[in-house]
Every structure is written in structure tokens, then in C-alpha cells.
Ligand binder design. Structure first.
Ligand code: ASP
Length: 349
């Protein structure tokens, strides 16, 4: 079975759109003389977290060749999933506290209005593709744990050890140096093993026809409690697409995003007319108001990081983070580049 959106689905989605277009107010009606209404073409755009510069480039190239938006976005994030050097996504991602890599991913396809997700998936390098298979081949939206793995194996995905030498060593050092009361002898920390506990890739794309898709994939929080599922596989938190409006997605502290359904909320703010950047900032303000006091500093600012990335159906895009100094990747219709994210709080103040 092909892992791409089939031609039938694609044409089905296109004809639904065409039927919808007949109801839109910009159609010629009544007795007035026929006017020519030219629909403005959307800018072909891809927006991702800062680790997605190659993802946005590839997604844009694929959309140029006529590849469907979701297929293009998933191919983009797959670069990071398969990269053994990236300790926050897919193969080589940092494991849970027992040393087991558990991956989360979700995606949405605007034209067909479908969604798919996997949580706590073990042994499969590309959870974004498995999430897409859930979208394509089931009447469900989310599969987790053992069931998600069995589902992937049934389609021929290979089961593999997702720990690389590097991620295993980082985990073993963390376990050894965990605290004074454990039974492991401490080992000295080495500079060349620096790593981030967090990390995720989110990618949102719009093609020239204004069709939208989004995908988010991660190994989640390093040393998490086994079975912990973050925001990335939650439809409406890790990512969200509404083909009439646009898409949004997130990276950063998942627990804080889940409580506000941040990707959905960002798209909803967009629906009310906000720009992608303002919508992302407004979602972050909501995050602050829903943060418990143990996670706020003495000035009421979150002690964690969280970012939202958003695209509008017409290709306008933006991103915002809680803290200054964050960047994001975008293909703006011409080139792939890193841009500064808007922010709520200035670091160091
Ligand atoms: N959002 C991810 C999670 O909570 C982690 C991250 O992006 O840093 O699982």
C-alpha cells in the first residue's frame, strides 16, 4: 500500500473544496454583469521550529513538484527523525527514566480534514509516518504504546533499537549521577556530551492552492516517567490544521501546552482575525494565566520555555516564544531561513 495520500483522496478533497467554493460570497450571482473574480494564489510556505530548516526547504521543494502538503511536511520532519545526532526526535532521541525511547507524533491534513497520532511508540524510527498511516488507514485518530507498535509492524515498519551510542551514554551518565542516595557510582560529566532535555520538531505548510497540513514529532522529555505522553501527539496541542484558516504547532514544555490546547487556540485566534504572530502571543498569554505558581518566578513569569509557530491559509506566517532569543525556520515562498520569534519576556531581565 502506498504511504502517500492517494489520488482518489486527493481528488475527493479537491472536489469538496470546489463544491464549497460555489457557496462563497465572492461568486458572481444575480442579474449583474458577469465579473471576473481571480482568487489570489496562496504563497507556498513552510514554517517549523528552528531545528526544521532542512525540513522547510524539502517540504517546499516537494510541494513545488506537486506533492501533497501532508506528505511534504512529513518528509521534511523525517530528516530529523532519522538523524542519529538529534537527541530530541526519533532515532537517537533521549529515553525515559528506564532507558527506553518512547516517541510521540501527530499530523493533520487540511483538504481531507483528517488527523492521526501515535503516543509512547517504541522501536520505530519515524513516528510521524506512523501517525500519517493512522490518518490514512484507520477510523481512529490516536494509537499508543504496544498497539501503536503492532500497527506499525503490520505495515512493514522495521523494529529497531532507537538508542544510539551517544544517547545511551547520555542516559547512563544521567542515571549514574542522579543523586547522592542512589546506588550508582558517579561518573564525571564531560563537555562533549552536552544535550537539551527538551526538543521537538513541528512543521506547518501551505501550498499554492491554499491547502494546509501540519505535523509534530518528538522523543518528548528526557528521563520522563515511562508512559508519559506530551503535547506533540495531542491533536489541538502539538499541532492543528483547519484548511479554512491555517495551521499551528508547538515545541517546549508539553504539559503547559496541553492545558490550553495551544495549537487549536492559536488557529482560533487566527479565525478571529489576528495575525499568526499575534495569535501565537495571545496563546502564550493564556499559558501564563494557567501556570501553577511552582512554575512561576518571583515576577510571575514561567520558568520554562514554550513556542508556537503558525501559518495562515494565504501564506502569512509567524512564531512566538515565552522568552526572547528563540528562532524559527521558514520557507517564505523564495528561500529557507531562520527568523527571530516574537516573545513575551526578555531574558536576563
Ligand atoms: N513538547 C515536547 C514534549 O513536551 C518537548 C519539547 O518540545 O521540548 O514532549
Amino acid at each position: 500500500m502506498s504511504d502517500s495520500l492517494t489520488r482518489r483522496e486527493f481528488l475527493g478533497a479537491a472536489s469538496t473544496l470546489a463544491a464549497g467554493a460555489a457557496l462563497t460570497p465572492d461568486m458572481v450571482s444575480g442579474r449583474s454583469a458577469a465579473a471576473v473574480h481571480v482568487r489570489p494564489q496562496a504563497r507556498q510556505v513552510a514554517v517549523a521550529s528552528a531545528n526544521g530548516i532542512r525540513a522547510v526547504q524539502l517540504a517546499a521543494e516537494l510541494m513545488d513538484q506537486g506533492v501533497d502538503t501532508l506528505d511534504a511536511a512529513v518528509e521534511g520532519v523525517k530528516i530529523r527523525e532519522l538523524d542519529p545526532e538529534d537527541t530530541s526526535v526519533g532515532y537517537g532521541g533521549l529515553p525515559n527514566e528506564h532507558g527506553v525511547v518512547q516517541l510521540d507524533a501527530s499530523c493533520m491534513h487540511g483538504p481531507s480534514r483528517r488527523a492521526g497520532a501515535v503516543g509512547a511508540l517504541e522501536g520505530i524510527k519515524t513516528p510521524s509516518v506512523v501517525a500519517k498511516y493512522v490518518l490514512l488507514y484507520t477510523d481512529h485518530i490516536m494509537l499508543v504504546g504496544k498497539g501503536a507498535k503492532e500497527f506499525a509492524l503490520s505495515y512493514g515498519f522495521q523494529e529497531e533499537d532507537l538508542l544510539t551510542d551517544k544517547s545511551r551514554e547520555i542516559w547512563l551518565r544521567w542515571r549514574a549521577n542522579r543523586g547522592p542516595d542512589d546506588d550508582w557510582l558517579n561518573v564525571p560529566a564531560e563537555k562533549d556530551l552536552e544535550f537539551e532535555r527538551h526538543g521537538t520538531i513541528n512543521c506547518n505548510v501551505v501550498n499554492a492552492a491554499g491547502d494546509v497540513s501540519s505535523v509534530t514529532t518528538t522523543s518528548g522529555l528526557a528521563w520522563k516517567i515511562p508512559g508519559r505522553v506530551g503535547d506533540s501527539p495531542i491533536i489541538g496541542a502539538g499541532q492543528y490544521t483547519d484548511n479554512d484558516i491555517g495551521a499551528a504547532g508547538s515545541t517546549g514544555r508539553g504539559e503547559s501546552n496541553i492545558k490550553v490546547c495551544g495549537a487549536f487556540l492559536t488557529v482560533e485566534f487566527r479565525r478571529r482575525g489576528m495575525s499568526p504572530t499575534d495569535a501565537a502571543l495571545e496563546t502564550l498569554r493564556r499559558v501564563v494565566t494557567t501556570t501553577e505558581s511552582r512554575l512561576l518566578d518571583d515576577q510571575g513569569r514561567p520558568k520554562f520555555g514554550l513556542s508556537f509557530y503558525a501559518v495562515k491559509k494565504n501564506g502569512e506566517f509567524g512564531a512566538a516564544s515565552l522568552w526572547s532569543g528563540r528562532r524559527y525556520a521558514a520557507f517564505d515562498g523564495r528561500e529557507a531561513a531562520l527568523h527571530d520569534s516574537a516573545h513575551l519576556f526578555e531574558r536576563g531581565r
